[in-house]
Write a protein that binds this ligand. Structure first.
Ligand code: 5GP
Ligand code: MG
Ligand code: MG
Length: 183
């Protein structure tokens, strides 16, 4: 057995590659329907949303544009503080545009809450949020998430863009890490 194989560190697979692809297809179909006849810009939040963006975008059967933002949230350890700094801004002027922010997971919701008001101040036609995963704590934040893949328990998950210390983003499935990884 090759212990360098990243899949071996997953103790519990929550969502397989096939489940993720199927859910993204449903989400894309829903978004397509909601924005019928409109031009749409989807904005991926680096770096976690790279996989979701790539697969969600390819599930669309219509034209869309893609742009990216990178933000950092000052916080202690694994919790974000809500104080956000833009590391890479949009290349697109979004005034008058319909925008869907695409993220991989919402935990406290602080980052997306900040981001939504930031983008709203640029006078877009509309701003909505699509996230693959959402944790229960996010439900307590005043952030209106229109498209959610799945609500998940309050566990730390990795894979499919989600990292632990910058690793595991390249896993095709999403799951929880074996305890030995943390020790
Ligand atoms: P929040 O919604 O708390 O402002 O921030 C969400 C961000 O926290 C995500 O984009 C992600 O980077 C990180 N995060 C939250 N929960 C998890 C998790 O379970 N696993 C991983 N890998 N990152 C998480
Ligand atoms: Mg993210
Ligand atoms: Mg991270």
């Amino acid at each position: 057995m090759d212990s360098a194989h990243v899949e071996h560190d997953l103790v519990n697979v929550l969502f397989t590659e096939a489940q993720i692809q199927a859910r993204l297809k449903e989400m894309a179909a829903q978004i397509e329907q909601d924005y019928e006849g409109e031009e749409l810009l989807i904005v991926g939040i680096l770096r976690g949303a790279v996989m979701v963006m790539a697969d969600l975008a390819r599930s669309f059967t219509r034209h869309l544009e893609m742009d990216w933002m990178a933000v950092t949230s000052y916080g202690s350890g694994t919790k974000s503080s809500g104080v956000v700094r833009i590391l890479k801004d949009l290349d697109t002027d979004i005034s008058g545009r319909h925008v869907v922010i695409v993220d991989e997971i919402i935990d406290t919701g602080l980052t997306l809450s900040w981001l939504t008001s930031n983008l709203t101040s640029r006078n877009p036609a509309s701003v909505e949020i699509a996230t693959l995963l959402r944790k229960p704590e996010a439900l307590q934040m005043p952030v209106d998430v229109k498209y959610v893949g799945w609500d998940i328990p309050n566990e730390f998950v990795v894979g499919y863009g989600l990292d632990y210390r910058e690793k595991y983003r390249n896993l095709r499935d999403i799951g929880t890490l074996a305890p030995h990884v943390y020790s």
